[in-house]
Every structure is written in C-alpha cells, then in structure tokens.
Design a protein around this ligand. Structure first.
Ligand SMILES: Cc1ncc(COP(=O)(O)O)c(C=O)c1O
Length: 362
C-alpha cells in the first residue's frame, strides 16, 4: 500500500454534496466578486482566529505584500525574514519594495527566534516577518518585544496555537493561504490578512481594490487581489471542520511517536505552550536524500523542503549573497517531510516507520 505525502481529499469527501449546494447558491445569485460570501467568511474566520478583522485576498503571497504595506513599510525599508521558508515569503516583500534581510532559524523548531532575528536587525529595519513553519507557531510574542511590528506568515499554520492563542492572531498582522494543499485549502487560490488594528485592516481593504475606498477615487497604487465568492462559499463549509482535521494531524504525530520514529530520525521539537497543526511533518536525517529515494521504492512518499534556501536563490542574490546562515544550510540539507494528513492512521504510521527502519538498515 502506498502512503501519500498529503491527503486533503479524503477528509473533504463527505462535504462534497454541501459544497456543490453552496456553489450552486453563488451561481444562482450571480455575484462573484466581493459579495456576501466573502463578507460572511471574513467575519467567521475573524471569530475563529480571535481577531477584529479579516480581509480576504487572492492568495497568501498577495496577503504578505498587502500586509507589509499596510504595516507602513516603505520602498527601501529593511524587513527581517527567515531564509528557510517558501520563496513567496520573501518575494512578496520585494514586490512591496522592501529589502529582505535574511535571518537564521532554530535547528529543532525550524522557526526564527528572538536571537536569530536580533542578529539581523539594523537601524534601517522597519518590520519582522515570522513564519509559523510547517504548522508550528513561531515565538511571535518574544519577537514583538524587540519593538518592531511583526507580520506573522501563518500560511502553513491555521489551526495551530501558542499559549492558547491561535496562529493568525499572534502578530501585528498575519497572513494566511488557502492554497488547496494547505490545512484550510479551498478549490483554487485564496488568502487572507488578519489583524486587530482598524488602521491596518482599512489599508489592506483599500490595497486589495486598486488603492480605492469607493471604487471611483484612487488614493494609492494597489492591487486587484480579492478572494472570490465561490472560494469563500467553499471555505465557509470547510472552516467548521478545521479543528477536527488538525486534531487528526496531531493524532498522526502521536502514531509516529508510538511507532518509534525517533529511534531512526530526528522529529521536530514542539516549543512549550505550542499546539502545532502539522501542515507538514518534517524530520531530519544526515542522509535525507538517500532515505527519500529508498522510501519511494517502498511506496512511501516523502520530500525534502527548501533544499536551496532563499538566501541562496538566484532571484534573491542581491539581498542574500552576503548572509551566513549555518542552521538554515544544515536544515536545508537534512530535512525530509513524511506523509501527514488528518486521516493518516496508526497502521500507516507503522508502515512508514518500518520502511524507514528497513531503508536505514540496508
Ligand atoms: C510559508 C508560506 N508563505 C506564503 C505562501 C504563499 O501562499 P500562496 O501560495 O497562497 O500564494 C506559502 C504557500 O504557498 C507558504 O507556505
């Protein structure tokens, strides 16, 4: 039996009839952009996250560009950002005119720390981006004590929490992706900006519609970046299931632990007070690529993430070439994501761990 890296389809299958009904309602109504579904979803997600405002946008990348501008970052300003993350995190800053300054991460949690961020601060730093990587919240409260606005990139982490507060509510502003493979994935592209600040929310709303308040006068050069009605209608069906799905992901982690995973590879370390949502379950091993190839022969899908970290990407050379980030380089070399989903069960976890043990015994 093969074990896939992701499985969002099985948990969504029982909802299909309801999703089709809600899509039908949108089509009957004939309103497709910025209508009642987006408005209702924004309120429902804000209530779920425990924030005052959610602004639906076209994807998680635009969410970062819009959020960093809404925080007041201007062209040429420096923004500290981890190098060990998906490319979009830094790309979106450059789109906004900011200069990314890459910082290192912690080997065990894979997230930035107050120390790694502090090492990258200069008098020109105007904001910090913390990524809740792989679904585990970054130490955002400690970062906020550094005295600069923090953008929490929670693209991978909706459904997780830190000291009882949800990822997506931890920063001055947070961004979320609804890309289909994400924990809360829609049927196309989608994203959101979440914040407690009236000012940041108002600016984000303006920026997502060409920099206009009233659709007739234009105060800023913005974007055409809206969450559409069909995706919002689908997300309204999925959101009530999110906590149960994240519980399933944590059960899968428990099943891996019970099967003895830590005897063979190094699992991620969960910081005190964190309840992760395991978008990806990423372990480490010195011979990660050989292990991935051997697991494939046993029908187990696994994948190395961010093998070329951002400070080493060609497009980021101008900002990244001078960075020295030893932990990032080590993580980039040695990580592999194992199968993870809300429905990964004990038998599958045992199958994965047995395949790892036999691959490493060869
Ligand atoms: C950490 C992180 N930030 C940003 C994004 C961008 O989101 P999107 O693909 O919706 O633009 C992603 C995912 O794709 C991501 O994993």
């Amino acid at each position: 039996m093969t074990v896939p890296l992701f499985d969002n389809e099985t948990p969504r299958a029982p909802l299909r009839a309801e999703i089709m009904r809600r899509i039908g309602e949108v089509v009957e109504r004939g309103r497709y952009v910025l209508g009642p579904e987006v408005e209702a979803f924004e309120q429902e997600l804000a209530a779920y996250l425990g924030v005052r405002h959610v602004v639906g946008v076209a994807n998680g990348t635009d969410a970062i560009t819009i959020a960093i501008r809404a925080l007041g970052v201007q062209p040429g300003d420096e923004v500290v950002v981890p190098s060990f993350t998906f490319y979009a995190t830094a790309e979106a800053l450059v789109t906004a005119g900011a200069r990314p300054v890459f910082c290192d991460v912690d080997l065990d949690t894979r997230n930035v720390t107050a120390d790694t961020v502090r090492a990258a601060l200069t008098p020109r730093t105007r904001a910090i981006v913390a990524v809740d990587l792989f679904g585990c919240p970054a130490p955002v409260p400690e970062l906020r004590e550094l005295g600069l606005p923090v953008l929490e990139d929670a693209a991978q982490a909706v459904g997780s929490s830190l000291h009882g507060r949800r990822a997506g509510s931890l920063g001055d502003v947070a961004t979320i992706s609804f890309y289909p493979s994400k924990n809360l994935g829609c049927f196309g592209d989608g994203g959101a900006v979440a914040t407690d600040s009236d000012r940041v929310a108002e600016l984000a709303r303006t920026l997502r519609f060409h920099g206009s308040h009233d659709k007739r006068t234009f105060d800023l050069v913005g974007y055409n970046s809206r969450l559409d009605e069909l995706q919002a209608a689908i997300l309204r069906v999925l959101l009530p299931e999110l906590d149960r799905w994240c519980e399933g992901r944590r059960s899968a982690e428990g099943a891996y632990a019970a099967a003895g995973l830590a005897d063979h590879v190094m699992p991620p370390v969960v910081p005190a007070g964190a309840t992760p949502a395991w978008h990806l379950y990423v372990v480490r091993h010195a011979a990660a690529d050989e292990l991935i190839a051997r697991l494939r022969e046993s029908g187990i899908e696994s994948r190395g993430y961010y093998r070329t970290p951002l400070h080493r990407q060609v497009a980021m050379a101008r900002w990244g070439a001078s960075a020295t980030l030893p932990v990032t380089d080590e993580l980039a070399r040695s990580n592999l994501a194992l199968p993870m989903s809300p429905v990964l069960d004990g038998d599958q976890a045992q199958q994965v761990v047995a395949a790892i043990a036999s691959a490493l015994a060869r």
